[in-house]
Design a protein around this ligand. Structure first.
Ligand code: 5GP
Length: 191
């Protein structure tokens, strides 16, 4: 998606040579017009795929998923929670995820109320690196005996192994709006 690639080049910043910061349009401040265009692009790429619900993970996936849902007929968005809370049903699906950026394992949870057997679920997230976040969500959908109809990613770091892990989890449909082939030497290159 050219608009997104241009934004990454103009506004993205590289941290420690392996993390791309996109805080001013995706991860902190939000560019609503760009998010809307990304939602439309996901809808175009997954046209013909039956989507009953979109699943993402807090916090950065929520804006992406909500804007995308507007283009999928206002399907409900469910976001996995990262913290235990009294307001979350005790009866939840859970999966452990190793965080690439935080270098630690955390648990994601989704109440059993919000995923039903047989539902067609589209998993969306902001970044794909090693695939642990996406695979945690896929695991939760499978625990609910629902179907993952695809994974949509805003920015895929194509030089990491995330896509392979998702495919090994049995999901063949992975759509990334921008795929980075390298972020070495302070330079961003696209696949
Ligand atoms: P994975 O689980 O695929 O290794 O990493 C995906 C998660 O890590 C995303 O949800 C995202 O929050 C975070 N992440 C991984 N790489 C980057 C990066 O280069 N920049 C930012 N901003 N987040 C990243």
């Amino acid at each position: 998606m050219q608009l997104l690639k241009d934004k990454i080049l103009s506004d993205g910043r590289l941290l420690d040579g392996y993390v791309l910061k996109v805080d001013n349009f995706l991860n902190h401040q939000l560019d609503v017009a760009l998010l809307d265009a990304m939602g439309a692009e996901f809808a175009r790429r997954f046209a013909g795929v039956k989507v009953d619900k979109i699943l993402t993970v807090e916090a950065s996936g929520i804006a992406v998923a909500v804007m995308a849902a507007r283009h999928f007929g206002n399907v409900p968005v469910v976001f996995a929670k990262k913290t235990e809370s009294l307001t979350l049903d005790q009866d939840a699906y859970e999966s452990d995820v190793y965080s690439f950026t935080k270098q630690k394992t955390y648990r994601v949870r989704v109440s059993r109320r919000y995923l039903a057997p047989g539902e067609n679920v589209l998993v969306l997230d902001d970044f794909l690196a090693n695939g642990h976040a996406a695979c945690g969500l896929i695991d939760i959908v499978h625990q609910a005996q629902a179907e993952v109809v695809g994974v949509g990613i805003v920015i895929e770091k194509g030089f990491q192994s995330g896509r392979k892990l998702i495919e090994e989890a049995g999901v063949t449909r992975v759509e990334s709006l921008a795929i980075l082939s390298s972020i070495a030497d302070g330079k961003i290159a696209f696949a």
